[in-house]
Design a protein around this ligand. Structure first.
Ligand code: TMP
Length: 209
């Protein structure tokens, strides 16, 4: 469903290690500084379904693909109902770190059909007004996770798996604005703000005409 609420809905997508959470956070802070009423949120959430998913990231036995898909869908349904729609109704800018393109790419990399996932999600959930995709080579992303975060990779972050995820993102990224993750975070934040404000203006213009 299209977003017909007064608020603006932007999502940030990319593989693990792309820097998308840092970008989402910086975008939020920069917009707040400009006096915009915005909300920063993420998926999987910390709700009942998101908690089960987060636990599964480190478990020895990964959930079956359909089971995982089902949990991400339930988590999103709850997120939309309790967090996203109420904020959009109030006219706020909602910045969401991951949304249904993550489901298409990550669960698609486990053998499910990514195009079908996107179609189902578009029918069942609110479509974003803007998707920003942060592009990075999987090898570079894993390096950043290992060295930068000083953590080992989890079930979702293995190189082979992330390579498959990146390949699917590559097939679906036409629906997003693609930014090169090699740019500095300051540069990426400036680009993201500029694009967001342009789209926001377009949305206001087309809804008043
Ligand atoms: P995060 O690292 O952005 O917190 O996300 C946690 C993991 O969840 C990440 O490895 C990607 C994965 N994920 C999916 O597999 N499917 C989804 O639909 C979403 C939202 C996240």
């Amino acid at each position: 469903m299209k977003n017909t609420y007064p608020g603006f809905f932007v999502i940030i997508e990319g593989i693990d290690g792309s820097g998308k959470s840092t970008l989402a956070n910086n975008l939020y802070l920069a917009l707040k500084k400009q006096g915009k009423d915005c909300l920063l949120t993420f998926e999987p959430t910390k709700g009942q379904w998101g908690a089960i998913l987060r636990q599964s990231f480190f478990s020895e036995q990964r959930l079956a693909p359909e089971q995982e898909l089902n949990l991400f869908m339930k988590d999103r349904e709850e997120h939309i109902e309790k967090v996203i729609v109420p904020a959009l109704k109030q006219g706020r800018i909602v910045i969401c770190d991951r949304y249904f393109y993550s489901t298409a790419a990550y669960q698609g990399a486990r053998g499910l059909d990514p195009i079908r996932i996107i179609e189902t999600c578009k029918e069942a959930s609110i479509e974003p007004d803007l998707c920003i995709f942060l592009e990075i080579e999987p090898q570079e992303a894993v390096k950043r996770i290992r060295h930068g975060r000083k953590e080992d990779v989890n079930n979702f972050e293995e190189l082979d798996y992330l390579t498959k995820v990146a390949h699917i993102y590559d097939q679906i990224k036409d629906e997003c604005v693609v930014l090169d993750a090699q740019n500095s975070i300051e540069n990426l934040t400036q680009q993201a703000i500029r694009i967001l404000l342009e789209r926001l203006k377009e949305k206001v213009r087309s809804s008043s005409s």
